[in-house]
Design a protein around this ligand. Structure first.
Ligand code: G1P
Length: 295
């Protein structure tokens, strides 16, 4: 049975982005360009394509420029229109009718789990998605209205199991991610993911940033989640662990033991815009795609 749709999403944006210094010293890393738009623009577009209507940014006092990016700049708007640049002015107000972006503060830097929990007063009793803005999915291939987040929302609606997007990573990158422990070894074949389409199956648990020797698979959490509202109850009970932070993966493990959770294998390619090397590769790729489009 198809249940009510997921219309709420949380995007945590409070982190300082130390891996992106000096670029991120005074400009929030989420506003650094990928081609001709700030990175977070693509993440919000992805959410909207998947049917999200209410986006909650969990921020920090020093990152109010992100909030401003999603607001109307009335002075700029009227100045552009007075000069006859209506098309440009319109393009700055690109959020579709009916989509809202709100901001709440995290207060203390206690980790990703704590950031997601900070959105609870706005999310209320709704089931919701989480998108980590460091991860930008390739918007030039595939179809955001059916792939990845959209697929996960569909899968959630069918059986109410929370969905976590995963993708295969190289051995040397395992220590940077949450790594999935599969419950059924026959699903190992699904580790390939790639362009064959998304697949969703049960997961036994996650290990946050393991050493290679302790990694239960090579399937890493990519930064897209669809959660049943129960995750908030687990987050409110989660204690700090890896890195002294309240980890989202610990709350997911608790959710798994009581309700079961699925992973969805990713379709297409993702970029880590919070890591300097990957960010530079992403910038070149996005710019190249847009230069071709302009020709
Ligand atoms: C977070 C999550 C991790 C996930 C990663 C994806 O880690 O805790 O499970 O694999 O995002 O980017 P962070 O990169 O915030 O340290």
């Amino acid at each position: 049975m198809i249940g009510p749709n997921i219309t709420h999403a949380v995007i945590p944006v409070a982190g300082f982005g130390t891996r992106m210094l000096p670029l991120s010293k005074s400009v929030p890393k989420e506003l650094l360009p990928l081609g001709n738009r700030p990175a977070i623009h693509y993440v919000v577009e992805e959410a909207i394509a998947a049917g999200i209507k209410h986006i909650v940014l969990v921020g920090h006092a020093q990152k109010s420029a992100i909030e401003n990016y999603f607001d109307t700049n009335a002075e700029l708007d009227s100045q552009l229109r007075a000069k006859g640049k209506d098309t440009l002015a319109d393009s700055l107000n690109w959020l579709p009718e009916g989509v809202t972006v709100s901001m709440i503060r995290q207060g203390k830097p206690l980790g990703l789990g704590h950031a997601v929990l900070a959105a609870r007063p706005i999310i209320g009793d709704n089931d919701f998605a989480v998108l980590l803005p460091d991860v930008v999915l390739d918007p030039f291939t595939g179809d955001m209205t059916t792939d990845n987040l959209a697929f996960m929302i569909d899968a959630f609606n069918q059986d109410k199991h929370s969905q976590i997007l995963v993708d295969k990573v190289a051995d040397e990158d395992v220590h940077k991610y949450g790594i999935a422990k599969l419950s059924d070894s026959s699903e190992i074949n699904n580790e390939a993911g790639g362009n064959d389409g998304n697949a969703s199956f049960k997961v036994a648990g996650f290990v946050e940033k393991p050493n290679l020797a302790d990694a239960p698979s090579r399937l890493a959490v990519v930064g897209r989640y669809v959660f049943s509202n129960q995750i908030f109850d687990y987050l409110s009970k989660t204690k700090a662990s890896v890195g002294g932070e309240i980890q989202l993966t610990d709350a997911i493990d608790a959710l798994i033991s009581e309700y079961g959770v699925n992973v969805t294998t990713m379709r297409g390619k993702s970029y880590d815009a919070g890591d300097m090397r990957s960010y530079m590769q992403a910038f070149i790729y996005f710019a190249q795609q847009q230069l071709v489009d302009d020709e």
